[in-house]
Design a protein around this ligand. Sequence first.
Ligand SMILES: [Zn+2]
Length: 252
Amino acid sequence: MEFILSGANPAFANSIRRAAMREAPVMAIDEVEFKTNESAMYDEVLAHRLALTPLRTPLKGYVLPSECSCRDGRCSKCSVSLTLKCEGPATATSGDLKSTDEEVTPVSSSVPIIKLEKGQRLELTAIARLGLGREHAKWQPGIVAYKYIPIFKVDGKACDGCGACVKACPQGIISLVKEKPKISDPVQCILCKACSEACPPKAITIGSDATKFVFRIESTGALPPEQILFKAMATLEDKCKEFGKLVKKLKG
Ligand SMILES: [Zn+2]
């Protein structure tokens, strides 16, 4: 998902980015009980691979183990169990994971976990729980990044309309209008400054607008990107309220 945030500042943009990557809870495998592992790989390595397999996360229904009344993170409110049984010759993939909740399943069924030779068996039970990206990358819902909107300035007197900037732009977004360069889509600009470097009379300057940002949210598939954003905003709001309360206490 891509969107433009305007009327903001770098601190606010960065708060959204951090909250989205660190505070939107998603499901991930957190514990694995191996019944049989005759593969060439250690249990720990397989458990790590399983943990990093993105799982679809239902919006409602599960709570963080730390907020659950069961305390050990094993009840149906805070955990889901998935089983895997595979015998070689075969490649065990995420698609072999059978979940007890049809809403909590691997995002992709083709993530390879381990190749099994003839006769090698793998059987395990995995427990998935909700968690936060700030604790472990397996609970990170995706990658969130932003860039400034560029300010493209041309010194009309210095520019001789040679078109070197048009050729230099790797994005192909500069064109000559009445012999003067114009940028067609600022969102596509990657701020590489190739245009200003290529300009013989140095007539182009590229600046950035620190109140306007192009955001990009790339989800692992665990949550839709808009939900990652909504959850980030809700967390930020809660944190601000909490901070406000604490400040009031100080005053009192
Ligand atoms: Zn529980």
